[in-house]
Ligand binder design. Structure first.
Ligand code: PHE
Ligand code: FE
Length: 294
């Protein structure tokens, strides 16, 4: 669970200075497990043909020996073998520096709670379904796994440079809401999309949002909103390309250059944008309802 989008909640660390707590898998109720199974089935049926190949391949890592919410002990054995990553439970949102330190050490922080049955389509805070279903499959992919660690290290540097807002936008438009060119066309890979019943269709099918070729500088100056489906998505060419570009670029000069430029609204298109689809921008406030797709 990351707190880049949301104000820090002042939850006290319960056990460790790194804010982690035991998952306590045996304490989940039958209802909790049923919510997971329902969401898992619904999303995994929807995603073939929509989600990036690497995501679909990574989904198998979540098919554990027991049904219901994944037990992190069993999941981590597999994830460690695949890419050296681990999932650790936290009580809620954690401060930026704690989040970055975990990523830099190949640890992904996940909320341990799950939404209620009346919140299947939308809830405001990321729960274990978003954090684990949305994020873990790509952490099993070696290239994406390296990107996430590099991002954590980049966060440690950005903190010192007062540039966390800019770096958070990169996370938002890739890790959470990214599209990728894959096979015959665009596919979804961002965790916020793949874990959402409505947005996993909206992101590809709706006429409303802009879809723009990924450009590092441009992304880091694009505002985002957390209370609607995105009205602007960025399209990467491949995970290799994303990793290479971000690793090979020293962000410090970009942060400085961007500070002198206005932050861009979601609806703005620049003459320099390589536009994939020019959105109609007419289907807003769509969270938690079925999107208007043609
Ligand atoms: N290269 C970035 C920097 O100079 C770090 C980074 C790598 C950020 C990968 C995001 C992803 O800070
Ligand atoms: Fe997330």
């Amino acid at each position: 669970m990351n707190d880049l989008a949301t104000p820090i909640s002042h939850t006290k660390p319960l056990q460790h200075s790194d804010w982690t707590i035991p998952q306590a898998w045996h304490t989940y109720s039958a209802q909790d497990h049923a919510v997971w199974d329902k969401l898992f089935t619904r999303q995994s049926e929807m995603l073939p043909g929509r989600a990036a190949t690497a995501f679909l391949e990574g989904l198998d890592i979540l098919r554990l020996t027991k049904p219901g919410i994944p037990d992190f002990d069993e999941l981590n054995e597999r994830l460690l073998r695949a890419t050296g990553w681990q999932v650790v439970a936290v009580p809620g949102l954690v401060p930026d520096d704690v989040f970055f330190d975990h990523l830099a050490n190949r640890q992904f922080v996940a909320g341990r709670f799950i939404r209620r049955p009346d919140q299947l389509d939308y809830l405001e805070e990321p729960d274990i379904f978003h954090d684990v279903f949305g994020h873990v499959p790509l952490l099993a992919n070696p290239v994406f796994a390296d990107y996430m660690q590099a991002y954590g290290k980049g966060g440690q540097r950005a903190g010192a440079q007062g540039a966390i807002d800019q770096l958070a936008r990169l996370y938002w438009y890739t890790v959470e809401f990214g599209l990728v060119r894959d096979g015959s066309g665009l596919k979804i890979f961002g965790a916020g999309i793949v874990s959402s019943y409505g947005e996993s269709r909206f992101a590809l099918d709706a006429r409303s949002p802009h879809r723009i070729e990924f450009d590092l500088r441009r992304v880091m100056r694009t505002r985002y909103r957390i209370d609607d489906y995105q009205q602007c998505y960025f399209v990467i060419n491949s995970f290799d390309d994303l990793l290479r570009q971000t690793l090979e670029t020293d962000f410090a000069p970009l942060y400085h250059a961007n500070e002198l430029l206005p932050v861009l609204d979601i609806t703005t298109l620049l003459p320099s944008d390589r536009v994939v689809t020019h959105g109609t921008q007419d289907d807003v406030h769509s969270r938690g309802r079925v999107p208007n797709v043609k």
